[in-house]
Design a protein around this ligand. Sequence first.
Ligand SMILES: [Zn+2]
Length: 437
Amino acid sequence: MSDILILNGRVIDPASGVDAVRDVLLRDGRVAAVESPGALKGIAAAETIDAAGMVVAPGLTDVHVHLREPGQTYKETIATGTAAAAAGGFTSVVAMPNTVPVNDSVASLEWMLDTTRGSMIKMFAMPAATVGSMGGELTDFAALCAAGAVGFTDDGKPVLEDHVMRAALVAAARAGVPVSQHAEDTRLTGGCSMNAGPMAFRLGLRGMTVEAEARIVERDIWLLRKIEKAEGLRPHLHVQHVSTARAMDLIREAKAQGLHVTCEVAPHHFALTEEAIGDYDTCAKMNPPLRAEVDRAAMITALVDGTVDCIATDHAPHAAHEKEQEFERAPNGITGLETALGLALRILHRGHRVPFSRVVQLMSAAPAGIVKLKGRGSLRVGSFADVVIFDATAEWNFDITKTRSKSRNSPFDGAPMLGRVMATICEGRIVYRGPAS
Ligand SMILES: [Zn+2]
């Protein structure tokens, strides 16, 4: 692999505390040097990128994506989903197991992680916590971890039964990985397609209450405490796509008590409220649903005060014919990989004065740390050469017709974005080049 020199960029590397203009040398797929401007003069690199005026940061990591392969390649493939990720500045993604068949075995995990699937970037996976994600028998955590699993989840559904979730947390703690929980008490959400409240009444739809999310978070935290006491283990609970103030308060409290809880928030939950559904727009339908303004504001507060560990997109492509049906029948989910950084910079940085370094941390070092990606999430010398270069001042509008994803189900078509990815480099290979400015 040939050398890449990135000159004069503002290097923001929260993991090593660097926020300064630096020159960066990538060699043999690794970060070889991070030096003051000019110090690397004389090195003849195969490619030199002038990053003056740009931010140079660790490649972004998304711990929650649906790539739809195997089984639903009409929605997305590993190749198209990771191409969208590269365009969004991501160099690592973690694929959820609700494929067809469900990723619950070593064979399916190995198939998915096989490099001949055409992934543009580094792809990791969380297999199902229970066989078929049916909520009963646990999958083989030890064997799956040996084959590369970075955590376990039945995402799309919760692990509902107390004894099953308890067993999953214990087995994951022994394997040293998190259980990622889709916190929804499905006993309370049958037939629901949006947030409960006045808007649901007006549209004549059944709404999911905030309690449905909070109850599972509360139960899981109770299990963590029980397991710590009874077994002397320290399980890691990761709460996916938190959407309500109530659940966020529970997480804040559990963290203050020293329990190992991390959580993610999706850009749509800090960018939009249920109002975006308007006249039954199925591109604003996802699970957990868009909530009320008080919940959106609580997500921002938690992103600012540190309760939120990372931003994750829950990228969930669906074909047009699936979204173009009645609201209650349409599937949940939106695409998100190409709009995450632009929304985070516009809403969190510009709108709420969240420093660049915190936004970068929320999207790189922190998520990489949650799933323990070795040598990623930082630009320290010796780390993998996973880099995103973005123009933090560029304003643009997302155009869904230009998406790399196979699907177009985004509520952000035409929406203003701040910050444009100019290059994404994964293990020393340029996997995306931004539009010429
Ligand atoms: Zn989910």
